[in-house]
Design a binder for this molecule. Structure first.
Ligand SMILES: [Zn+2]
Length: 540
């Protein structure tokens, strides 16, 4: 058992020192975080490439609040990675320096292919652009899944297939089944939705194989946005995925739920944040939440372009408030706020549960309830979050030393009861009903549990991946979103895609030149050709 008495080894408050990278040469640099007119700024200086300054979080008050909920994790071992010696934690090298990972794989990404059925002007990652095909075969993929399930001390329980476009991998359905068979509780796919919109049979087969969640890339609710971002009209495709899910649910009684994933680009779609939230509630029978992802900058960008375009998590909170009126600043919490809950579960069940010890500045979220009349109430208005999480840590500490741990479940229920702010419960909900709902959410799938009530519940979150300008090694160490490679290395998301950048190296190592691949895969070659052409009905 891992201990629950967690600390946080980063100094809290501002100013503080950390390490970052030089955006030009990748060298590790000392960096300073400090408050400047209510915003948190990161400054660093490369002896060769000069000074860099970037907005890290655009609201100091929210930055400091997020930090109060920080917890360090217990580290991560990966027995199937032959590069690691016995007892060594998963780590990455940044400019030759070893960085040990502290957080378990809360969500592991597996890129099924770098082939895509689109050819977006802003994307340089697909096979047509790169000139090689990266597409691990079924056997390799199952080995990668096995590695995730043998992680210690906390086994990975959530996997997301990504790409390229994962739904065009020839073994897509088979690999979902393989993940379910290995005990993953959450099997997700990150997709543009084209195949699910076109092929109901594929959606049905994926659902039957055990697909839980569709992470649907979703740039906005009108085609002008898609034309800007993707050079083609895609809104109808997104609607078709949703209606296919609805049809599947009616037909079979179950379907994967959808999380919308908008990449937010300031000036392009940040003005549609509210529309997207309303769209989610309008389709709450299928859509479970929105995970907004402010764009990370890659390649060359001037200081001016960057300061104009930088959109941080507090900007999301502000835009969301202005455009929906659903929430205010106080309703948003950082990811590790839920760590005490999984710690408690680990103790009571005597097994290590996935714990979200992600860095407090990587992601923020809230839940919003809507009653029949459309009145909304954010979850933190009727639960005293601070009282609940602090109380739970005290209970966990006592339970850890006690012989009869299950007795502490009663204490948890008592704590929950005293943390409810009754007068703020959403329209017409009694304390008793709320507790009943909470108990059923914890024991069953939340959508099923909620279906017996007339309230809608929606998750709204933001996740800000790092780029070389705002890179913070302390964030990297606490990353909970990992990649696994064909040789079973676990690499944190932001190292894989930004900063030190492992992606190019890994893909090269396990890929086949495009022409060679096309000769052996006639169907795949045709698909790659087709991807270059925008269908008539999607043209501007
Ligand atoms: Zn430099």
């Amino acid at each position: 058992m891992t201990s629950t008495m967690r600390n946080y080894t980063v100094k809290k408050g501002l100013p503080k020192d950390t390490k970052s990278v030089c955006p030009e040469c990748g060298k590790i640099l000392d960096a300073k975080l400090y408050d400047k007119n209510g915003k948190v700024v990161m400054d660093k200086k490369c002896p060769e490439h000069g000074e860099f300054s970037d907005i890290y979080w655009s609201d100091t008050e929210l930055f400091l609040k997020a930090e109060e909920f920080a917890h360090d994790g217990v580290g991560l071992k990966n027995p199937m990675d032959k590069n690691l010696k016995d007892g060594e934690n998963v780590h990455v090298f940044v400019d030759g320096q070893r960085v040990d990972m502290l957080t378990c794989s809360a969500l592991a990404n597996i890129d099924l292919t770098n082939r895509c059925n689109m050819n977006c002007p802003i994307c340089f990652a697909n096979a047509n652009q790169q000139g090689y095909v990266y597409e691990p075969d079924f056997e390799t993929l199952t080995k990668m899944l096995d590695a995730l399930r043998s992680e210690e001390p906390i086994k990975c329980t959530a996997v997301q297939f990504s790409g390229g476009e994962p739904t065009i991998h020839p073994d897509f359905v088979k690999i979902i089944k393989a993940a379910k068979d290995r005990g993953f509780a959450q099997v997700q796919v990150a997709t543009n939705g084209i195949e699910f919109a076109k092929r109901y049979d594929l959606l049905k087969a994926a659902s039957e194989a055990g697909l839980n969640t569709i992470y649907l890339s979703f740039d906005g609710v009108s085609d002008e946005i898609y034309l800007q971002a993707r050079d083609r009209k895609m809104f109808q495709t997104k609607l078709d995925v949703i209606s296919n899910c609805r049809k599947l649910k009616e037909e079979t009684g179950k379907c994967p739920s959808i999380v919308l994933v908008p990449t937010i680009v300031k000036g392009m779609n940040d003005m549609q944040i509210g529309d997207m939230a309303r769209f989610a509630f309008d389709n709450a029978d299928i859509i479970r939440g929105i995970n907004f992802q402010p764009v990370a900058f890659t390649g060359r960008i001037t200081n001016e372009e960057r300061s104009e375009g930088r959109f941080t998590l507090p900007d999301l909170v502000k835009a969301f408030q202005e455009q929906t009126g659903y929430t205010n600043k106080g309703d948003w919490y950082p990811v590790p706020v839920v760590a005490p809950i999984s710690d408690f579960a680990s103790i009571i069940l005597n097994q290590n549960k996935v714990t979200f010890t992600t860095h407090p500045h990587c992601g923020i979220a809230t839940y919003v309830f809507m009653d029949e009349k459309g009145n909304v109430t954010p979850f933190p208005r009727f639960i005293n979050v601070r009282r609940f999480t602090e109380g739970l840590q005290e209970i966990s500490a006592k339970a850890e030393k006690a012989a009869f741990k299950k007795l502490y479940v009663m204490k948890l229920l008592k704590l929950l009861d005293s943390s409810i702010i009754e007068e703020n419960l959403p329209g017409g909900m009694s304390k008793k009903q709320f507790k009943k709902m909470m108990t059923s959410i914890m024991s069953k799938r939340s959508k099923t549990a909620l279906a017996s009530f007339s309230w809608k519940m929606m998750f709204f979150g933001g996740m800000h991946f790092q780029d070389s300008f705002n890179y913070d090694v302390e964030r990297l160490r606490r990353c909970g979103v990992h990649y696994i490679t064909p040789d079973c290395q676990v690499i944190p998301f932001c190292a894989y895609n930004g900063g030190p950048e492992y992606r190019a190296e890994i893909e090269k190592k396990f890929s086949v030149p495009l022409d060679e691949w096309k000769k052996k895969n006639k169907k795949g070659a045709e698909e790659l050709e087709a991807a270059m052409v925008v269908p008539e009905d999607q043209k501007a």
